[in-house]
Design a protein around this ligand. Structure first.
Ligand code: SF4
Ligand code: SF4
Length: 501
């Protein structure tokens, strides 16, 4: 007797919601989110180049360094990769595609996350060295550079190499969207097996209306018109998606599927990270997850007084006052060397403690298996940090925008600018939220690591494999508590510039 196949039940689908679903899947649906952000980006660039060069009074610095970062981490944890979905930098994509046709593939050697990890390191280091947060002009140039890079790479290559391999913001969003409650999937995998065109991946970019040769019939087929639709820019194939990594949530796949088979399913935030092989067992992808947790610590460390004490010590020990060099050493050690050393060390220890000889396992397998467990603690650290700057400076945007309008002769809201506006809640109240975020992230990381240890090493050896990671997460938590208990620089916030006690 043949065993019956388990019945596949698709999860609840956001794209089926009455109004929102239609809006998201509409041909111009993404534009509705991108155009407001494009206008915001244009305002930031304009004010950055022409406005008052004071961080706390310029839209570029306040918008980019106070608001963007706080909103992005919140959106990732509550919904998904909403920034990439609304990303104005990808707006030139369609234009570039129409000009360039399909283009070639990105060089094989660079088809990984090493460039993005390098980009993240570079941007965090440059942010400190150049005091980017204090320079509206520099911030505006960074935004312009983003537009140029995204457009040029779309023009040259068939996939979206900027989003997938280079963009540091995208790499951050991809990493933490693995914890998001929404994920692309399909309603009926059998429909995909019989689908000929695989339009979710290939698109139906044709000068003529597409002729369907696979009249499957489960759902009324959607006829694409002569304007065609793009397939997945980052080359993900909807029925095989197990992870949010590389998904920009652009929903092109949902628009392209002629069988209306793509869903935006609701899932448990820990599902992907706890599942085996939802992410490839590659050094680059998994190191991104580990390094970001450490980068969260180093990024916050750059804004508290002990960093200055350390810089002084290093300057006298090394006999140099070159701040760029001293910061480079701190960032290299904290963001790249330490995560590599400690996470590979933990993997080696887990293998050694559980009897490598009797149960041989490669170092990479153990490293990659545990890397997803670094995501919750990393997300907790970033949310505690960026959330803090956001709640303390959220209302600053009101006087800054008011002042911007006045500078351009618009007196719609009167002529009195209230520069006192700033915090939504005070720092002491948010300290409680920070503790919850840090401990919550730490506990979720422990739960994941314990699950992974049991799955990979079996119940009898799970405790031993788990031990090095439990210690490593505890060290990260203590480092985070130390940093967040220090007075933090409030950058780009009027009245609060300087240390916040
Ligand atoms: S998601 Fe749609 S386009 Fe993609 S393989 Fe399945 S049925 Fe075909
Ligand atoms: S799977 Fe690809 S096409 Fe679909 S939403 Fe994600 S990035 Fe866009």
């Amino acid at each position: 007797m043949s065993r019956a196949e388990p019945l596949y039940r698709p999860p609840p689908d956001v794209l089926r919601l009455p109004l929102l679903g239609r809006l998201l899947k509409h041909r111009r649906g993404r534009l509705l989110f991108q155009i407001p952000l494009l206008i915001v980006a244009a305002l930031l660039i304009y004010d950055g180049f022409t406005g008052e060069q004071i961080a706390s009074r310029n839209l570029a610095t306040v918008g980019a360094w106070v608001h963007y970062r706080g909103v992005v981490i919140l959106a990732l944890l509550l919904a998904g990769n909403l920034f990439c979905m609304s990303c104005p930098f990808t707006l030139p994509r369609t234009l570039a595609k129409r000009w360039a046709g399909r283009g070639g593939r990105f060089p094989r050697l660079l088809r990984n996350k090493w460039l993005a990890i390098g980009g993240l390191f570079l941007i965090f280091w440059l942010y400190e060295v150049t005091d980017m947060w204090a320079s509206p002009l520099l911030t505006a140039w960074v935004i312009v550079a983003y537009f140029i890079a995204a457009f040029a790479l779309e023009l040259l290559f068939s996939e979206s190499p900027f989003c997938k391999y280079i963009c540091p913001l995208g790499a951050f969003n991809f990493a933490y969207s693995t914890l998001s409650p929404l994920q692309i999937g399909v309603r009926d995998p059998k429909t995909c097996q019989r689908c000929v065109g695989k339009e979710c991946l290939n698109g139906s970019y044709s000068p003529q209306p597409v002729i369907l040769v696979d009249q499957i019939g489960e759902a009324p087929p959607i006829q694409h018109d002569s304007r065609g639709v793009l397939g997945c820019g980052t080359l993900l194939y909807a029925p095989q998606i197990k992870s949010n990594m590389d998904c920009t949530l652009c929903l092109d796949c949902a628009r392209a599927c002629p069988h209306d088979n793509v869903i935006l399913g609701v899932r448990s935030p820990l599902r992907e990270l706890g599942a085996p092989r939802s992410l490839p067992r590659r050094w680059d992808v998994n190191f991104l997850l580990v390094a970001l947790a450490f980068m969260g610590i180093v990024n916050a460390f750059g804004m508290v007084p002990p960093v200055y004490a350390l810089l002084r010590e290093m300057a006298s020990a090394l006999g140099t006052n070159a701040e760029w060099l001293l910061l480079l050493i701190i960032f290299l050690i904290g963001s790249l060397a330490l995560p590599a050393l400690l996470s590979i060390g933990a993997a080696w220890l887990a293998n050694a403690l559980t009897g490598k000889k009797q149960h041989p396992r490669s170092l990479r397998d153990t490293f990659a298996a545990f890397a997803p467990a670094f995501v919750p603690i990393g997300a907790g650290i970033w949310a505690a940090h960026y959330g803090f700057h956001f709640v303390i400076g959220a209302l600053v945007i009101v006087p800054v925008f008011h002042n911007f309008l006045l500078d351009h002769g618009v007196t719609l809201f009167g002529t009195q600018v209230n520069w006192k506006l700033g915090a939504v809640i005070d720092a002491e109240q948010f300290a409680v939220v920070q503790v919850i975020l840090l401990i919550g992230g730490y506990l979720l990381s422990l739960i994941l690591a314990r699950r992974i240890a049991a799955r990979e090493f079996g119940a009898a050896r799970a405790q031993l494999a788990f031990l090095p990671y439990a210690l490593l997460f505890l060290a990260l938590l203590l480092a985070a508590f130390f940093i967040f208990s220090q007075p933090m620089e409030m950058r780009g916030t009027p009245e609060l510039d300087g240390l916040f006690h």
